[in-house]
Ligand binder design. Structure first.
Ligand code: NAD
Length: 408
């Protein structure tokens, strides 16, 4: 059965931009939030997003038509006819569970129930349902109406039918839909986490300065440097994510101390006007680097053992990519496109690894492992490739699994 009518539960940052992504592709949307005030705030965000599309050339009449596809509702009984419900409420298990209990009570039997969680277990959310087979993770990236990736994450009991329908639905939004097996932070944010934390370790030991690190990353493959990105997302969010990953994956995800220090000083980034850089309080425009932070770092810097190079930032991401492949988190052919669509990288970590040479990657990782320990322990799959004398990744063999990318 085709998906036509979609419920979006939660009209915050993600709910609003998911709604715009939906109406951009002609879906009818029922938007639900706690009360009228929250719904009004959501609609105001949607108006701003559609307005910016008009500024970029979308005819006003077309924007109005898209807006007319949205209805706001305050009661779950109004969601009886939706084919898909996407939940985008607070990142708290008890809040999400309560939402899904209501959805299961009021939606049709074949409505797909999807969560946009970034970190909670899909399987655990689904475990509260009578029919966990219709529950799935649809992980959009912020802002959902502009970002091209949707990670499609089945829970333990999700049916193949639900997976197939969800992938086709995400593709109909003109997104790259990548099937990702459930793991902490899923695929893209897991790999991103290793790179972001390494940037902090480099800074902490004064291997390179703030601007030098950001410039190196941008020159190499990224649309924005890791420290500028941390300021955009907030150090508090970054620390919470880092702690979660550390708890799930262990030592290689240990949060950098500098992040803890920054949170305790409320140097959270754009939202408090000071992070790695300072920001204009009115326009949030980025200014100079935070000189107090620089002084703090140089007063406490640990001796560094190896001159800085951009590879230091990307090797942890490459190594994590091999670990994820080993665990069959995604198909090999999906990995680089997912990272490129999700993060705006110009090339993915596997392409970078092939470009610099798999053997060279391993050599560098071993060197860094000897200097810094556990977080650089080379992935066994990378070692196997090097031992086999391969220069390229064996895309055919690895993508022979059923987890192929189902893009258009
Ligand atoms: N912000 C991001 O960059 C991002 C990216 C990907 C995924 N996510 C995930 O998306 C979800 C939403 O994040 P956000 O940043 O949009 O949050 P947000 O705080 O901006 O919005 C949450 C919305 O949910 C509403 N809400 C809270 N409890 C509710 C309930 N019981 N019923 C209905 N509505 C309720 C709130 O009123 C609010 O409008 C989270 O699970 C988050 O992890 C966020």
């Amino acid at each position: 059965m085709d998906i036509r009518k979609v419920a979006v539960v939660g009209a915050g940052t993600m709910g609003a931009s998911i709604t715009v992504a939906l109406v951009n592709s002609g879906f009818q949307v029922l938007l639900l939030d706690l009360d009228q005030k929250a719904l009004d705030a959501g609609i105001a965000k949607i108006d701003r997003m559609l307005g910016s599309l008009v500024k970029k050339g979308l005819p006003q009449a077309e924007a109005d038509q898209r807006k007319s596809l949205i209805s706001t509702v305050e009661n779950y009984k109004d969601l009886a006819e939706v084919d898909l419900a996407i939940e985008a409420v607070l990142e708290k298990m008890e809040v999400k569970s309560a939402v899904f209990t209501e959805l299961e009570k009021h939606c049709k039997n074949d409505t797909i129930l999807a969560t946009n969680t970034s970190s909670l277990s899909i399987t655990e959310i689904a475990s509260h349902l009578k029919h966990p087979e219709r529950m799935i993770g649809l992980h959009f990236f912020n802002p959902a109406h502009l970002m091209k990736l949707v990670e499609v994450i089945p829970g333990f009991d999700t049916s193949e039918e639900t997976i197939g329908r969800s992938i086709r639905f995400a593709q109909s939004l003109d997104k790259l839909a990548v099937r990702v097996e459930e793991c902490a932070s899923f695929l893209v944010n897991r790999l991103l986490g290793r790179y972001m934390t390494e940037a902090l370790w480099c800074l902490e030991e004064s291997a390179a300065g703030i601007e030098e690190i950001d410039k190196a990353a941008v020159d190499f493959a990224m649309p924005v440097g890791p420290l500028a990105l941390r300021d955009m997302n907030g150090a508090d969010i970054g620390l919470a994510v880092a702690r979660f990953n550390y708890q799930e994956y262990g030592e290689r995800f240990r949060p950098a101390e500098i992040l803890v220090e920054m949170v305790s000083r409320q140097w959270l980034g754009q939202k408090t006007g000071r992070g790695f850089y300072v920001y204009d309080p009115d326009t949030r425009k980025r200014g100079a680097v935070n000189s107090e932070l620089e002084q703090l770092i140089s007063a406490n810097a640990r001796p560094h053992n190896k001159p800085f190079s951009p590879l230091r930032l990307f090797l942890p991401m490459i190594n994590e990519a091999f670990l994820a492949l080993q665990e069959n988190v995604c198909a090999l052919d999906d990995l680089d496109p997912a990272l490129m669509a999700g993060l705006g990288m110009r090339k993915g970590p596997l392409a970078i690894a092939e470009e610099i040479g798999l053997a060279h990657c391993l050599e560098e990782l071993e060197l860094l492992f000897n200097l810094y320990g556990e977080r650089f322990r080379p992935a066994p799959l990378l070692k196997r490739y090097v031992r086999a004398g391969r220069k390229q990744l064996d895309r055919k063999r690895m993508s022979d699994t059923k987890q192929v990318m189902l893009s258009k």
